[in-house]
Design a protein around this ligand. Structure first.
Ligand code: FEO
Length: 172
């Protein structure tokens, strides 16, 4: 049986992943309206991935005899200052998610809850990947700028990234 405090923390994490999914959806919509098709595909992919994260925790909580809560739907920002700001917001949010995962992992470690530790270890690796990905895009944006040819090139690169991820998932 899942400890109450860990169950609650995991439900908070479920809500956080759902919010991240919504945020990426809003970003995808913003990009699509600006004609940035590749970036829109990238953010749609991110939104799907966050929902998968949510479901991974959700299913685990019930399997572990806890009670998974379907989260409230909070509307994220719908407008963004610039292309650059999308990735700044994304990186900041990913950092918050990492902190939250670390906090729950600490709780699970103190409670000798090895199953939850095992689940969260997957998220520790995933977060490292997500933060690195957003940081790398931001570094590139700082190098080439977020207008004109630079923006066009990055949009094409994000389209390729989205396709690769999709192919990877289909191959799994
Ligand atoms: Fe599932 Fe990117 O946090």
């Amino acid at each position: 049986m899942l400890k109450k405090s860990i169950n609650e923390a995991l439900n908070e994490q479920i809500a956080m992943e759902a919010y991240a999914s919504n945020y990426y959806l809003a970003m995808a919509s913003w990009c699509e309206r600006k004609g940035l098709e590749g970036s829109a595909q990238f953010f749609y992919g991110q939104a799907d991935e966050e929902r998968e994260h949510m479901m991974k925790i959700f299913r685990y909580v019930n399997e572990a005899d806890g009670h998974a809560h379907a989260p409230a739907i909070n509307q994220p920002d719908l407008e963004f200052e610039s292309f650059n700001s999308l990735f700044e917001i994304a990186l900041n949010h990913e950092k918050k998610v990492t902190k939250s995962i670390d906090r729950i992992l600490k709780l699970a470690t103190e409670a000798n809850d090895f199953r939850t530790q095992n689940l969260l270890q997957w998220f520790v690796d995933e977060q490292l990947e997500e933060e690195n990905q957003m940081q790398t895009i931001l570094d590139k944006l700082n190098l080439i700028g977020d207008s004109g040819v630079g923006l066009y090139m990055l949009d094409a690169e994000l389209s390729k990234k989205a396709e690769e991820k999709e192919a990877e998932e289909e191959g799994e």
